[in-house]
Design a protein around this ligand. Structure first.
Ligand code: ADP
Ligand code: ZN
Ligand code: ZN
Length: 748
């Protein structure tokens, strides 16, 4: 046997592996992730095993043997490498890609450091120095002094880049006492920057009986070393977060560490502030808007044990805590827990695996658990807990009504607001209460088509319709392509080419027209492009600076606006037509979450759902806040059609710039899969395809799909391994790339 060893994790060159022979006496201990001692050049080094193989890559006499496997060295790196291997095996992609996922930016970039240059001499001295610099022709020195006399403090980057002053000049000026270079180690904790206002110690509310039962149950198992996975199914506002906080408190008190995953979109000021008030500087966050250096800083602090709790989206799962005791996934049903890039891993499965490796419990929470998780909980694979009341005393679930838009149209109402919703908004405005209007879509007016011939404006790179924006441009939301909207149909020349449908911008116009006095805020991908604008809009609305907030799904996630008493869902069924097997589940989730925004405070809330399909079970059960009812119907549907969790799906996406290459590669994979079936004696496999993906072309690549179904995940993982091996040794995949996706979260 041979071992692939990476020598230097810290260099970031994870793909650089060296092969060593495994001597007989080490055979048992030499596993993936094991730290090993190896001969390296003339000396010895430490490395980690990242792969095992039977095949030598060189002549065998040139392969040197491992010297030793470290006995007690199964440190954090080992766990993360093992985790990478698990991801590789169960979700596809190369070991190298998996390692990059798991050992992300650690030490590959310099930690963020803020250096500034300030004047240290008095103004007169500096004035003299400036005059001297001018006289002697020291241009750089002159530039710097002039600028500093005006600004007093300049960042190092501006001095070296914009003013083009060399570090040698800076050093000389510092030595002569004119200036000083101040180094601050960035801001140490992103929380501190977020909450410069300081920290108010917050008292935890006394848990109610249901909450206490969960906390005690989880902690009783935990302190006995009985690490399990729990699912908390708790309606919105039932106090799940309060349960997390109390469990975390105890785990941290015992000297263990905690990873708390939340969807990026829910990583808001409000949520984070709650944690900061409870745990202060022992909490840190990671999120995608932090620079690589900032993320690296936090990773290092975690490794050094300077923090106990890391909050963040999917990638925070790989925080290098050495004493990890608990992983929490809030809103566990969220599709953002699945990576869209290879390896397309699901954070829930990887969390369970990481917990298993290091002895930790996993807590999943949701008001609308994913079908998969709830089914597992019912089977006993997870321990199920329920929270079925709102936690704030007196707070009740909102009143929900469903309005049939077809009936509205039939009775002559062509507005985007049903009469009931219009009346509701007017009433809230009069009462000084807030309204949220939710539309599951972005852009000005949907797609643009010709009313004479039916021609639809599509993106030239992607096979999808372009969306009209307010500035008269057409935009492809898939690749960003922008074009001017044509005056005449490119196909028939007719001038009746126009946008259809409704976007948030159009709703804003309508609201302003119908309710002239109302103060309106809009939140969607367009208004939140800037780094801070998301928080700005939310806090403005929270402070009562507007009466109506209009938005896409961004506004429905986990925010607490006590003054909102009406939530209007403008077209509930838009997401029902998404064309993949999770469309109903997604719609149910969105409707429940949106409804959950109403009546979070003392006043009762009302929800109005407008829809063209009032009879659809996702709409009906959401209106009744009936999760169990939805679950039963949806599970029956999944069983009847063979979708997860009844059967597992392996989706294989074939990409190529050449259409024929994509087609022939897909056909070859199909044949290879048949051979796998024959050789392995696997009988219960279903193959669908190859077919063009519903997005048949994107970013100038042709997309072909194959789907495999099987009741046993491991059978599909074995097939994936087989196909990966086949691709590696076939010459027909040179200009083709193949991606694997287990139980996909959306259509292709
Ligand atoms: P969830 O995470 O399920 O949406 P939260 O934990 O955010 O629920 O709780 C909703 C609201 O109820 C919050 O304002 C929280 O402070 C409050 N709350 C939670 N538990 C209690 C309790 N035991 N007593 C009083 N208020 C509570
Ligand atoms: Zn036309
Ligand atoms: Zn495009």
């Amino acid at each position: 046997m041979y071992a692939d060893v990476i020598v230097d994790i810290s260099s970031g060159q994870l793909d650089k592996t060296y092969q060593y022979a495994i001597p007989e006496r080490l055979a048992e201990k030499a596993v993936v992730g094991a730290p090993v001692h190896i001969p390296f050049g003339k000396g010895k080094r430490k490395g980690y095993i990242v792969g095992l193989s039977e095949e030598p890559k060189l002549e065998t006499e040139r392969i040197r043997p491992l010297l030793a496997v470290e006995e007690n060295g199964r440190v954090i790196e080992s766990h993360l490498i093992e985790l990478a291997y698990y991801i590789r095996e169960n979700f596809g992609a190369t070991m190298n890609a998996a390692l990059h996922t798991v050992l992300p930016v650690r030490r590959t970039v310099r930690p963020a450091e803020k250096k500034t240059v300030v004047l240290s001499a008095d103004a007169d001295t500096c004035g003299d120095a400036l005059a001297a610099a001018v006289k002697r022709g020291h241009a750089a020195k002159e530039r710097l002094l002039r600028e500093l006399l005006r600004e007093r403090e300049l960042s190092w980057n501006i001095v070296t880049d914009k003013l083009a002053v060399s570090s040698a000049t800076i050093r000389r000026m510092e030595q002569s006492g004119l200036i000083q270079v101040k180094a601050q180690a960035g801001y140490r904790n992103p929380m501190e920057k977020l909450f410069q206002g300081g920290r108010a110690e917050e008292k935890a509310p006394k848990l109610n009986d249901q909450q206490r039962q969960i906390r005690d149950g989880v902690l009783a198992d935990w302190s006995r070393g009985n690490y399990r996975t729990y699912l908390i199914y708790g309606i919105t506002g039932s106090g799940k977060t309060e349960v997390y906080l109390s469990v975390i408190e105890e785990v941290v008190r015992q000297g263990r560490q905690v990873i708390m995953l939340i969807p990026e979109i829910a990583l808001t000021y409000q949520t984070v502030l709650r944690f900061y008030h409870r745990f202060g500087g022992r909490v840190s966050i990671l999120h995608s808007k932090m620079s690589q250096g900032e993320r690296c800083d936090q990773s290092l602090r975690a490794e050094r044990g300077e923090i106990d709790i890391m909050i963040g989206p999917r990638s925070a799962l790989f925080t290098p805590f050495a004493r990890l005791g608990l992983i929490i996934l809030d809103e566990e049903h969220e599709s953002s827990y699945k990576s869209e890039m290879p390896p397309k891993y699901h954070a829930r499965e990887v969390a369970v695996q990481r917990a298993k490796l290091c002895g930790a419990s996993v807590l999943l929470g949701s008001a609308t658990p994913s079908l998969e998780s709830y089914e597992r909980a019912l089977r006993g694979e997870y321990t199920l807990f329920r929270l079925d009341r709102r936690a704030v005393p007196g707070a009740v679930l909102p009143q929900v009504s469903v309005v049939d838009l077809r009936a509205e149209l039939a009775s002559g109402n062509r507005s985007i607001f049903s009469r009931e919703l219009a009346k509701g908004i007017a009433g809230r405005l009069a009462a000084g209460e807030q309204t949220m209007l939710f539309l599951n879509r972005r852009g000005y007016a949907g797609f643009v088509s010709c009313r004479s011939c039916g021609f639809v404006m599509k993106c030239p790179h992607c096979d999808i319709s372009m969306t009209e924006h307010g500035d008269g441009m057409l935009v492809c939301h898939y690749c960003g392509e922008r074009q001017k909207k044509p005056d005449h149909c490119p196909s028939c020349g007719s001038k009746y080419i126009a946008g259809f449908g409704t976007g948030t911008q159009k709703i804003e116009e309508q609201v302003r027209k119908c309710f002239p006095g109302a103060r309106v805020l809009r939140m969607d991908a367009d208004t939140t492009r800037k780094k801070e604008s998301y928080e700005e809009i939310l806090s403005a609305f929270s402070c009562g600076e507007a009466d109506i907030l209009i938005g896409t799904q961004m506004i429905v996630k986990g925010h607490d606006f006590p003054a909102v008493t009406l939530v209007g869902i403008l077209a509930a069924d838009l997401s029902l037509n998404a064309g993949d097997y999770r469309a109903a589940e997604r719609t149910f989730e969105l409707l429940c979450q949106a409804a959950g925004r109403a009546g979070r405070g003392k006043k009762a809330g009302e929800v109005i759902i407008q829809t063209y399909q009032p009879e659809h079970y996702a709409v009906r059960t959401a209106a009744a806040q009936d999760y169990e009812g939805f679950f039963a119907k949806e599970l029956a549907y999944r069983r009847a059609l063979g979708y997860p969790p009844a059967l597992h799906i392996l989706a294989v996406l074939v990409l190529s710039a050449k259409e024929e290459a994509a087609d022939s590669a897909a056909a070859l994979l199909s044949t290879a899969a048949e051979r796998f079936e024959a050789e392995s004696g696997e009988k219960d496999m279903t193959l669908i395809g190859p077919v063009p993906a519903s997005l048949a072309k994107a970013k100038d690549l042709f997309r072909r799909m194959l789907y495999f179904k099987h009741g046993n995940y491991n059978a599909l993982a074995a097939l994936k391994n087989f196909l990966e091996g086949y691709i590696l040794y076939s010459e027909h995949f040179k200009n083709v790339s193949v991606q694997f996706d287990f139980n996909p979260m959306s259509g292709y």
